[in-house]
Design a protein around this ligand. Structure first.
Ligand SMILES: Cc1cc2nc3c(=O)[nH]c(=O)nc-3n(C[C@H](O)[C@H](O)[C@H](O)COP(=O)(O)OP(=O)(O)OC[C@H]3O[C@@H](n4cnc5c(N)ncnc54)[C@H](O)[C@@H]3O)c2cc1C
Length: 285
């Protein structure tokens, strides 16, 4: 439980962080809240030569509305995301997911940028992020680029992060005003991570037919995914217990289920169906 030796340096700007990454020659790693990186270092699953602390960079902080999107600085903590008034008003599903991350110490230190950049298959925020069409703003050696969440996370702990890049913010699309949203999570009893977590944004038109629906599922597979088969089955339908139960039965169809000592593939499949149905009913019935 003791990490290998490392150097520590604090970056005061995004440019300096990139320069420090370049100088470290592949041996450096950014540290934000440290709540995912340090456990990996203690298990010696990663042994960075230098930790580059980005927690004091002011450009990485703050939440603002920019036309039809909400811009959340990468260093925004889970606690801030759970309580920020702009997030609660326009993209409440992110606040709801952030509120359920770990415990209060984790939420006080862990960050939105770190949670998404780390690409843990059981992280909470990617489920909310995927239903809000999240995009990452990444500053790198060659300037700034924008990447969709589903192009960015490509496997468990694997992303398309460019070498020596830094996520400066994550932007989220504001869903149509007639929609409602929720995030429901089956907590792992030991770690508090989601065994399965389901985020839903959905709404109905004047004829009470579903005209907007996005469902994101985390924890179940290798990677966060949209339950598109359920979305397609429900689009244009008038929601009822029976209609939702039938569609939610397809919730595990868009990913291969994971399996571990706590939950088998079959168990995760059931959780996907049950939590998708519960989440949909809570906002549509
Ligand atoms: C006991 C415990 C329980 C937890 N429970 C949960 C839970 O229930 N749900 C959940 O989702 N998470 C949980 N976590 C993880 C927690 O939310 C982490 O804080 C979060 O996943 C990572 O954010 P961080 O700021 O701590 O990142 P760090 O640990 O600092 O970094 C993680 C990785 O992301 C990279 N990184 C960080 N910021 C950036 C950036 N701006 N640009 C590029 N790369 C970056 C780092 O280099 C590193 O590789 C738990 C952690 C612990 C220790």
């Amino acid at each position: 439980m003791i990490p290998a030796k490392f150097d520590y340096v604090r970056a005061n700007s995004v440019e300096q962080a990139i320069q420090l990454l370049q100088e470290s020659d592949g041996e450096g790693k950014l540290i934000a809240g440290g709540h995912s990186l340090l456990p990996l270092m203690k298990f010696r699953l990663t042994e960075p030569g230098t930790l580059i602390d980005i927690s004091r960079i002011s450009k990485l902080k703050g939440v603002r509305k920019a036309e039809d999107r909400i811009v959340v600085g990468a260093m925004t903590t889970h606690r801030e995301a759970a309580t920020n008034l702009i997030i609660k008003e326009y993209i409440p599903v992110l606040a709801e997911a952030a509120r359920q991350v770990g415990d209060i110490q984790i939420r006080n230190r862990g960050t939105v940028g770190g949670n998404i950049a780390h690409a843990d298959p059981a992280a909470d925020l990617p489920a909310a992020a995927i239903v809000l069409d999240a995009q990452l703003t990444i500053q790198g050696e060659d300037g700034e680029e924008t990447m969709d969440l589903d192009s960015f996370i490509i496997g468990p702990l694997i992303t398309m992060m460019p070498e020596n890049g830094i996520v400066t913010n994550v932007t989220f699309a504001i869903p149509p005003s007639h929609t409602k949203s929720t995030y429901l999570k089956y907590f792992h009893p030991a770690s508090g991570y989601p065994v399965v977590g389901v985020a839903v944004v959905a709404g109905t038109d004047n004829d009470k037919k579903i005209d907007y629906i996005k469902i994101g599922i985390t924890g179940a597979g290798d990677i966060v995914f949209r339950a598109e088969t359920v979305e397609q089955a429900l689009m244009g339908q008038i929601p009822s217990e029976a209609v939702i139960d039938s569609a939610a039965g397809l919730a595990a169809e868009n990913a291969d289920m994971g399996s571990d000592l706590f939950a088998s593939e079959e168990y995760r499949e059931q959780l996907c169906k049950i939590y998708t149905a519960r989440a949909l009913k809570s906002i549509l019935l």
